[in-house]
Design a protein around this ligand. Structure first.
Ligand code: SF4
Length: 356
């Protein structure tokens, strides 16, 4: 079986494309073939992205209080998840938060606000924030994620220096209406089109683990391919208490890795980003997933905490990767002393309980 995936990678590298049947075979690969699958997908990853990892940092400009009913979302109408709720951060707070991410190793800042879509006043706020951020950090890439866009809003963001716009399709069109009823799949696709027409780099991805079938995951990936999304965040459902998906656990680490590998085979030259749920669902396979995906979020997510940003950077470095745009930022010797052997002071020969 592994040879089948290696052959598929060879075909794609020669200019071919994965079919829907190929994508399904990747999703359904036996766990015994996992390493071969990662090696094959890794050939495509290295062809297009070498040993670089793009590091993105989320700033939640406005949290919770959303009138939409996306069932998976802790910020949605009707969600009782005990998340932070606040209205717009000030420009100074935004700069401070973004600066922390940039100093921590990120090269792209994703400015996100909850809600159905921005008012023109909101767009002006984000435009001002972007201009201020770019004054201070001229090399920063800015992605905005503000919901459904109206006429002229994408153009205004572009004019202010925003580089990309994120709006996820989240799931297959055939599954969309079961996860949200206050807007449609077509609404989402329209916004991605508006961003693209204005010259913003389209970023759109999905959430796995929402009760979709394998075929629907394949459908969603091929839809993203057709939309020509430059970056594809792959989220794994975090089932927040107080949301309709609480206690929904459909994913395993190996399943998540196969989903990322499928994304790589279907969209070999696109930025595949391991997004929300990385730590919770990939767990000890996070590092292996970097050999398939080429992008992560640093540190925390919108309403939940990620692992320490330092652990993210270490994982990148330990696996032989470098941060895109900050290739020299990592000094392997700098933190070596933090890994000195800890002398055992518990278990055998002591009065202290063993570490087991
Ligand atoms: S995903 Fe966005 S639009 Fe949907 S409920 Fe959450 S914040 Fe609102």
């Amino acid at each position: 079986m592994s040879a089948q995936f290696d052959q598929l990678a060879t075909t794609i590298l020669a200019g071919g494309a994965a079919s829907e049947a190929d994508a399904l075979a990747v999703l359904r690969a036996p766990d015994a073939d996992l390493v071969g699958l990662v090696a094959a997908a890794g050939r495509l990853r290295r062809e297009h992205f070498g040993n670089t990892v793009k590091v993105n940092y989320l700033v939640n400009l406005k949290s919770g209080l959303c009138p939409e009913n996306c069932n998976y979302c802790s910020q949605a109408l009707g969600s009782d998840a005990p998340i932070l709720k606040y209205s717009w951060l000030s420009k100074d707070e935004t700069l401070q938060q973004a600066g922390a991410g940039l100093r921590g190793g990120a090269t792209r800042v994703c400015m996100v606000s909850s809600g159905r879509g921005p008012s023109n006043r909101d767009i002006e706020k984000v435009a001002e924030m972007t201009e201020a951020l770019k004054d201070e950090y001229p090399d920063v890439e800015v992605c905005a994620c503000l919901g459904l866009l109206k006429d002229g809003q994408a153009e205004r963001l572009k004019e202010a220096g925003v580089d990309a716009y994120n709006h996820n399709i989240n799931t297959a069109e055939s599954h969309h209406d079961t996860i949200v009823q206050t807007h449609t799949y077509d609404d989402r696709v329209e916004t991605i089109g508006r961003a693209k027409s204005a010259g913003l780099s389209p970023c759109s991805g999905l959430i796995a683990g929402l009760g979709e079938t394998d075929e629907q995951l394949v459908e969603a990936l091929f839809a993203l391919k057709a939309l020509d999304s430059d970056s594809i965040p792959v989220n794994f459902l975090m089932p927040f208490d107080g949301t309709p998906f609480e206690n929904t656990w459909e994913l395993s680490p190996t399943r998540c890795l196969k989903i990322l590998a499928m994304a790589r085979f279907v969209c070999p030259d696109k930025e595949i980003r391991i997004a929300g749920g990385r730590e919770m669902h990939l767990r000890s396979l996070q590092a292996l997933a970097l050999h398939v995906a080429n992008s992560i979020f640093l540190g925390d997510y919108l309403t939940s905490e990620g692992q320490e940003a330092k652990a993210d950077i270490e994982m990148i470095r330990d696996n032989g990767f470098v941060i895109l745009g900050a290739e020299d930022a990592l000094d392997p010797a700098a933190e070596a002393t933090e890994h000195d052997p800890a002398i055992r002071r518990r278990g055998a020969g002591t009065e202290v309980a063993a570490n087991a």
